[in-house]
Design a protein around this ligand. Structure first.
Ligand code: V07
Length: 255
């Protein structure tokens, strides 16, 4: 019902011609590696943190568009377990971004019926970061619109190791029969839990690799890579990615 309503809204507004092209086969789960913020800043002679700040502002536009189109889940890779190797001042700045983002956006996200989720390792995150995220998750947990899933301090191999440890524990204690270990069970032990696998992965800034992102979940996902740097990424680029996805799916369906 939400999807139909959103489609109608998009159509009636005639906001963008790409919107009206084809509203079938919209991916239900889109994951994005938001890369190129540092490079964007460097090109302008600005400090890297200026790129991250600009990158944060892009999120809103994409969240709005995704919600409007009836996309069910948007997963954003905000910070990887490898990002700790960056200079301390940059890491400190990045760890303040969830609060900065949420202090402005949380009321709007609540208004837009967005549900915020988090996946990643809480252990070594600063308390202030955890508190801001937990508050947002708590306050939006019964919202029924777009699920906005932030991957923060996330690494997929760690995620898989953790899942294996937990499955092994359950098996060793006799709570789990070895014969019941299958794809579905493994999926439930991952940080995405009951979320469906992404249909479309977008990576910006020209890098053609996964960088330890959702290795299990991306097994059948369509990939779309672009040279655009994340702070320059716009609704039009997002719609282009969706359009390419739709064409691939249509071709696949036609065989
Ligand atoms: C971060 C801005 C976007 C570009 C990529 C890197 C920098 C939003 C968040 C965030 C995270 C959790 C949450 C709400 C917002 C964020 C980090 C970096 C670490 F609940 N943007 N953003 N977190 N960047």
């Amino acid at each position: 019902m939400l999807e139909k309503f959103s489609y109608w809204k998009v159509k009636s507004k005639k906001e963008n011609k790409a919107d009206n092209k084809n509203l079938e086969n919209i991916p239900k789960h889109v994951a994005i590696i938001m890369d190129g913020n540092g490079r964007w800043a460097k090109k302008r002679g600005l400090p890297r943190i200026a790129g991250h700040r600009e990158g944060m502002n892009v999120i809103n536009k994409i969240v709005k568009k995704a919600n409007q189109l009836g996309i069910e889940v948007l997963t954003l890779y905000a910070f990887s377990t490898e990002n700790w190797k960056r200079p301390k001042n940059e890491v400190d700045f990045l760890m303040r971004l969830p609060e900065r983002y949420l202090s402005v956006e949380l009321p709007k996200l609540i208004e837009e019926n967005v549900q915020i989720r988090f996946m990643g390792c809480m252990n070594n995150l600063p308390n202030h970061t955890i508190q801001a995220i937990e508050k947002a998750v708590e306050q939006t947990k019964s919202n029924t619109g777009l699920i906005l899933n932030f991957a923060l301090n996330y690494g997929s191999r760690d995620e898989i190791v953790f899942a294996i440890q937990n499955i092994a524990k359950e098996a060793a204690s006799g709570h789990l029969d070895l014969n019941s270990i299958n794809h579905e069970l493994v999926s439930k032990y991952l940080m995405t839990e009951e979320l469906r696998d992404p249909d479309l992965l977008i990576r910006t800034s020209g890098e053609i690799r996964l960088s330890n992102f959702m290795l299990w979940q991306l097994a059948y996902t369509e990939f779309w890579f672009t040279d655009i740097l994340w702070p320059d990424f716009s609704e039009e680029h997002f719609l282009e990615a969706l359009h390419v996805y739709q064409q691939r799916i249509r071709r696949f369906g036609g065989i």
